[in-house]
Design a protein around this ligand. Structure first.
Ligand code: ATP
Ligand code: MG
Ligand code: FE
Length: 336
């Protein structure tokens, strides 16, 4: 079974071909980061234009690398949402055109389902499982009792983890996307600056990062006003420690309460070295729970993860017709 995946929800034009749901045959990512950098974030109009320019080239490149014909492809899986509407539309329309032209079944995929299924490119999933999704737009704990079943048991009430990283990086005058820069600084700093941790109500699996973000910004501004120098390394380390403490504690607690077999890390912030090693340390001692963490290239946006999710949805009989449309506010929990 060959699934062609297409992902254009944000600022990467990505096309991949995955065999039998877990083997990557081709995985092409055309990143636009350089074009958005000087604006300090993703500019939707620029993203759409790049996708239009790149999509055909990237599809052809994936087919060339895979050495396949369209007649070999069993289904086309495409991100239908959430994301930037103009960006999503390019992928959805390319997928519909290919589906129509070659008579290939079409399957619309939720972007976050894709991030979670990146793990299936590493290891077979065992249920029930818990996924910690930490990306540019999402911070969620997702419980899965079977393939295609997504229950969001906790989510951020304000900023996503990646968003907080990017805003803190901007305060420290680091380029976009800031996550990797903060991660690098944090590794050489010490978490000696006192910053808040938002635990929320007893038993809640929700998150909140805006208070922490504001505390970092205030710390920098106050130091500037007093003419003091604050170590960016220590500030990054302190911020990162606060984020990791909350993420790891809530993930461990949920894994216990829901008696899961596996914990999967997903989303762009899953590339964070501090978070990866904190989870590894925590779950090494947690017998009976297997921790899966995808390699960095499968954590940030790619189409192999969309094809991996598409493989499962296709086997479950899910099909989209030509009314498939970009849905920027698509809900994960009803998408099964
Ligand atoms: P979503 O998946 O929620 O729609 P997105 O697709 O824009 O959002 P991703 O591409 O999954 O998000 O992840 C990008 C985010 O990951 C950015 O906020 C970036 O700063 C962050 N990120 C990448 N690498 C690291 C890292 N090493 N440490 C922390 N954050 C990181
Ligand atoms: Mg991205
Ligand atoms: Fe993403």
């Amino acid at each position: 079974q060959y699934i062609l995946g297409i992902e254009t929800s944000c600022d990467e034009t990505a096309v991949a071909i995955v065999k039998d749901g877990h083997e990557i045959i081709a995985n092409i990512v055309a990143s636009q980061i350089e074009s958005h950098k000087r604006f300090g974030g993703v500019v939707p109009e620029i993203a759409s234009r790049h996708h239009v320019e790149q999509i055909t080239i990237v599809i052809e490149e994936a087919m060339r690398v895979a050495e396949l014909q369209f007649s070999d492809i069993d289904a086309i899986a495409v991100t239908e949402g959430p994301g930037l509407v103009g960006a999503l539309l390019i992928g959805v329309n390319a997928a519909k055109a290919l589906s129509f032209a070659h008579g290939i079944p079409l399957v619309g995929i939720h972007h976050i389902a894709g991030h979670i299924y990146a793990n299936r490119l590493i290891k077979e999933m065992e249920f029930p499982l818990l996924s910690l999704v930490v990306s540019g737009g999402h911070t969620e704990l997702v419980y899965m009792k079977e393939h295609g079943h997504f229950e969001v048991i906790g989510e951020t009430r304000d900023d996503a983890a990646g968003e907080a990283y990017d805003k803190v990086a901007r305060t420290l005058k680091m380029p976009y996307p800031g996550g990797p820069h903060i991660d690098r600084l944090a590794a050489v700093g010490s978490p000696i600056i006192d910053l808040p941790r938002a635990w929320l109500e007893e038993g809640s699996y929700d998150f909140s990062f805006s208070g922490l973000k504001s505390a970092v910004i205030n710390t920098v501004h106050n130091a500037e006003q007093r003419g003091e120098v604050i170590s960016p390394e220590d500030l990054a380390a302190s911020f990162q420690q606060s984020v990791i403490d909350v993420l790891v504690t809530k993930t461990v607690r949920a894994a216990k309460q829901y008696s899961v077999k596996q914990v999967l890390l997903a989303g762009g912030v899953a590339a964070n070295k501090g978070l990866r090693s904190a989870l590894e340390r925590e779950f090494a001692a947690n017998e009976g729970v297997e921790l899966i963490i995808p390699p960095l290239s499968l954590c940030t946006d790619n189409a192999a993860m969309i094809a991996a999710a598409g493989s499962v949805m296709y086997e479950k009989g899910q099909r989209s017709d030509f009314t498939l449309n970009a849905n920027p506010g698509l809900d994960l929990s009803i998408h099964n």
